[in-house]
Write a protein that binds this ligand. Sequence first.
Ligand code: ANZ
Ligand code: ZN
Length: 850
Amino acid sequence: MSRRIFDLTKLDTKWATRWKKQGCLLNPRRKVAPTKGKIYSTAMFPYPSGILHMGHLRVYTIADVLARFYRMQGYNVINPMGWDAFGLPAENAAVDRNVSPENWTKLNISKMKVQMEAMLADFDWDREVTTCDPAYYKWTQKLFLLMYEHGYAYRKKAEINWDPVDQTVLANEQVDSEGRSWRSGAVVEKRLLEQWFLGITKFAKELNADLDTLDQWPAKVKAMQRNWIGESTGAEIRFQVGEETTYVYTTRAETIFSLQYLALAADHPIATKIKQTAPELAEKYDTGVKLPLEATNLVTGEKVPVFVAPYVISGYGHGAVMGCPAHDARDYEFWKSMGETSIRSTVEPEDGSLDANEPYFGASGVMNADSQFLAGLSATTARKKIIEHLESHQLGRKRTTYRLRDWLISRQRFWGAPIPIVHCDRCGTVPVPDDQLPVLLPKVDKLLGRGGSPLAQIPEFVNVECPSCGGAARRDTDTMDTFMDSSWYMFRYLDPHNEQQLMDPKVVSPLLSVDQYLGGVEHAILHLLYVRFVSKFLNKIGYWDGSAVNGEPIKKLVSQGMVHGRTFSEPETGRFLKPDEYEIMPDGRAVIKESGKTATVSFEKMSKSKHNGADPSDCIARHGADATRAHVLFQAPIEDVLNWDEDKIVGIERWLAKVLTIADGLRERLKESVQPKPTDLYTRSEISIHNECQQLLHSITDSLSKSLSLNTVISDYMKFTNRIYSELNNKDVSTAVLYDSYLDLLKALSPVTPSVSEEANEMLHPWPVESILTADWPEIRPFIAATVPYTVMVNGRMRFVYHGPENLIEDREGCISQILATPEGQKWIGTKNVKKVILKPKTVVFIVDK
Ligand code: ANZ
Ligand code: ZN
């Protein structure tokens, strides 16, 4: 058979044009009415930076392949796309380049749409949302107002995180463990400002507990959320400090008898009061200082000193700690730093192995004789008992606390949804009435500078009539955190054109929740926590009925791994090399031009500074969309890091050429009339092909529907293709059998390589055919048990051949009765007495009475 050269790079645009002409976006399957229920599958929407990067290529390929597969299975698939279009890069670009952020963003969106089409991603464009579009942010503002109305949005003066580079406030979630901004990387400063907060902590308990119901979320993501929410169960205990009453929060109430001091945060009311009368003490608040006060341990009546200590966190618990140096490491360190040495121990390890002068920080153990009525109990039992004691004497009570803080959403930036609030000297904060929404961003040609609330510099925006009293008032000049825009977009996708309300509960409820959400693990906390919060809120106020799922918006979460780029560096210094600084040798080594040395090759996160970026559009231009899609899936399991190596795509190209070559070869045979062949007439070769192909189809179906092991899908396709290809010249295989298996392959391939499937389908048939993309997912046809010939000997003579199953002789009785039941068996043996039967592989020997 001659091998033609196929140009894969032309197929994608050729077929995309044809599909679009049929008015069905990029997938003719959309013309076929669904027969099954809904599957809502979506991937995190992109920020419109203007270029689709490799991470996008990966996640949107996965999303598209799965959506196409579900459609073929008859599901009513919801697979939308949108734009996370507010945010700093647009604003910074506007300042730097003198353009309007709106135009910059719109241009980027149009560029990225073209790139998405080039990768043949078939999204529901009729559901498209763009967060910077007034038709969208009107409803983001309404969401804020709903929160305000229900007591979830409030303003308070608080010490907040200030990003000195981006000149804006940040939420706690946006500051990393080293105290740096998630965006600019700048070390965050503390400032005291009046800001808007959303009451996410009101849902802290549910946000934590309901993680247990998310059985299709990666354990890692749930652990990160659990840790961030930081549920802690313990007790609050009352203390008397001078005239005042104060509380501490503790997880170790049983250590009350080892109390040696009370420690307060610097902004604790008692510490603040002392600051006014004794400023010289306040100067030492940062390092820790003893106050001229005593606290009474109300359980024992004993008095202990009071300190301000830097390790006490102001917003946590009551901003006060009961100091037990013998049992808490931080207390111990602080106690020593204050020059104290004696410690009072009341808990001991169970094995009794500790000197009383040594601190013991274990949470389990036995209460010693100094712990009064707790003596002899285990620490765990003692904890329960002391809490009962505290409760019955009204000295404290059981309490659960959370590390989670309310969500600070004010941003001193321009490119976001304006906070829909008016400040009036007479009326206070007044929500903008519904009929005045959206509060539009003013049109600007260019922005003057970064941060500092640019809206405050635009008098036409600021000065407004108070909606309540009609007097002169001022608009809030901050915009909302962009995470607010993205906290509800998957809801809006379901009712994107609703002009009356945020969404219609009757429309969205049957389509929720999201069955499958794909995205990077970098959103494990921020975005995914906010989405859960907003979803629970909207469920609570009746905007959707999430009662069956506790208001959880996402059933299954899939975190795909990052894409790393091939990186070349100097072996001694580790300096990253630019492409023109090295040369790839025929043996694959990269040689540094200047020194002649071999460069070190590694795979690293793609970045400009490492000169290791790759552009999906280039890959598509060089190899076509189908090969690119298959390559990105084949290189790694979806949750793993993908080391992007474009050179390896040749394997995929060779395979796809083989797929097309089969069509070329089979077409000739299809020109003659093809008789369908009943399976019981299949030859051994035909049975073997049939069984292997159906087995692969089964494995492909499972991988797509259950395990999402998409790299094995590609290797199964390859095996499938090779099997058919290798049988093309086998005389024992009829055209009909090859044709059936090959059509199964083309259908199964079509979610990944739609244009190759179409092309092959068209090449294959000498008669006009419909798009193969309209096909149903191939049903797995039953396996055919293969038969083998058995020589039957009767009294030493070969009498006939019996065709039976391969394992015939394993079942002695079954074997004998099957052979006896045949016409030949009746003829040669019939009712004669069988004295002996010998079963050998392929031969059955009967000894019978004559
Ligand atoms: C007494 C005690 C004795 C404690 C002991 C621990 C061990 P988690 O698990 O994180 O909730 N704590 C309470 N409020 C605090 C604050 N505002 N800043 C810093 N630390 C604070 O931690 C709870 C424990 O952290 C509490 O239990 C308290 O110290 C301390 F042997 O109380 B413990
Ligand atoms: Zn007013």
